[in-house]
Design a protein around this ligand. Structure first.
Ligand code: M6R
Length: 366
């Protein structure tokens, strides 16, 4: 049932070229330049006229929501907030008609997320559910939605569900932008083409598995890790830190790279591995300066970079080279090495990565 892999987590990481393809299949036709989303068709108008969009989720799904915030604001010019479902529910949020809530959940059963959307619905908001499990409670409580089609995710650490969420949230943003007329035809077509190429690029990133295992071995005894990224890669840094914590029990924190100098930089010394998600994008030059700040304090830098980059390899202790992609779709590719890093560190430390201690696959208590 593990398909020849030692663990479900590794199997699911390696399934991603297929699961990303499955999440796009039947929706995206790059050749024709079309995008079909059956589950939101009736609400396309409501979505494109939304006053604001609030994304509610927990854990990894919340990280997918953060990427979506950047994408939706960029393409649709609608204000977006991303909320931890548990906080949103309890602080009596200002919600009303004209607000759209996007609930993101792999299981569709997360109690905090479910309760949050039920109370928002009572206040007149429209709920769009992005779930993986078909027929789940959150899917049923939503008026509109799209399934991620990643197939059953068994590993407690979410991997393939995350990239499928990113794929579907990007499609949703493109659909709203097209409806609203806030995106040019050329950019729309370009992003459809980029989305279509993601599966192959993820397959290329998976070829780094052996190299990442070596890097994992080199740093597995570290007490703490820092994960840094900016822009679309900032949530990827958060996700890398969460994966490592869950699977290897090493303390890890994710930060926006520039925020580091406002405090966390005090932690940097020669024993601290700092993982930079530093692919070529709008923020690249700034991230290079942030890497210099870490090196000046003797931190160990492991950088996820784009092929062809000649600057960062001269500065970093280890580089992991991924294929080039438009910055909006890059997170689906740059997260792959971080999933593999967490996996290998956990396995090398002798832990049961499919069932990390204290965690359940879905958290059905508030
Ligand atoms: O099923 P959901 O997507 O609603 O679950 C949300 C979180 O509980 C989940 O992402 C959790 O953080 C995972 N263990 C992350 O790997």
């Amino acid at each position: 049932e593990k398909g020849g892999y030692d663990h479900f987590m590794l199997k699911e990481i390696f399934e991603q070229p297929q699961t990303i393809y499955d999440s796009l299949r039947g929706r995206l036709d790059a050749k024709k330049g079309t995008l079909t989303m059956g589950g939101i068709r009736e609400y396309a108008d409501v979505l494109s006229n939304a006053n604001r969009i609030v994304i509610v989720a927990c854990g990894t799904s919340w990280h997918a929501g953060l990427v979506a915030e950047y994408i939706i604001e960029e393409l649709c010019r609608i204000p977006v907030e991303v909320e931890y479902a548990s906080e949103f529910r309890y602080r009596n949020p200002v919600i009303g008609e004209g607000d759209v809530i996007i609930a993101v959940s792999q299981s569709g059963e997360t109690a905090d997320t479910l309760v949050a959307i039920e109370s928002a619905k009572e206040k007149g908001a429209i709920i769009l559910g992005i779930c993986n499990v078909v027929g789940s409670s959150i899917a049923r409580a939503s008026q509109a939605g799209a399934y991620t089609h990643a197939g059953p995710e068994i590993g407690v650490a979410s991997t393939k569900a995350f990239t499928a969420q990113l794929a579907v949230l990007t499609l949703t943003a493109l659909k709203i932008a097209a409806e609203k007329g806030s995106i040019s035809e050329q950019r729309f077509q370009h992003l459809l083409d980029e989305l279509e190429d993601v599966s192959d690029k993820v397959a290329t990133a998976l070829e780094l598995n052996d190299q990442i295992k070596e890097i994992a071995d080199k740093y597995k005894d570290a007490r703490d890790f820092l994960f840094l990224g900016r822009g679309y890669n900032f949530p990827v840094a958060l996700e890398g830190a969460l994966k490592l914590k869950e699977i290897s029990y090493i303390h890890a924190e994710g930060y926006p790279a520039a925020e580091m100098k406002h405090g966390p930089i005090a932690l940097v010394d020669e024993n601290l591995p700092v993982v930079f998600v530093a692919t070529k994008d709008t923020y690249y030059e700034k991230v290079v300066s942030n890497i210099q700040e870490i090196k000046a304090r003797k931190g160990k830098v492991i950088a996820i970079i784009t092929e062809g980059d000649e600057t960062i390899p001269a500065m970093a202790d280890d580089v992991i080279i991924v294929p080039e992609a438009d910055e909006l779709v890059a997170p689906m590719i740059s997260v792959i090495p971080l999933q593999l890093l967490a996996y290998h560190v956990g396995v090398l430390k002798g832990y049961d990565v499919d069932k990390p201690r204290n965690l359940a696959k879905s958290v059905t208590v508030e």
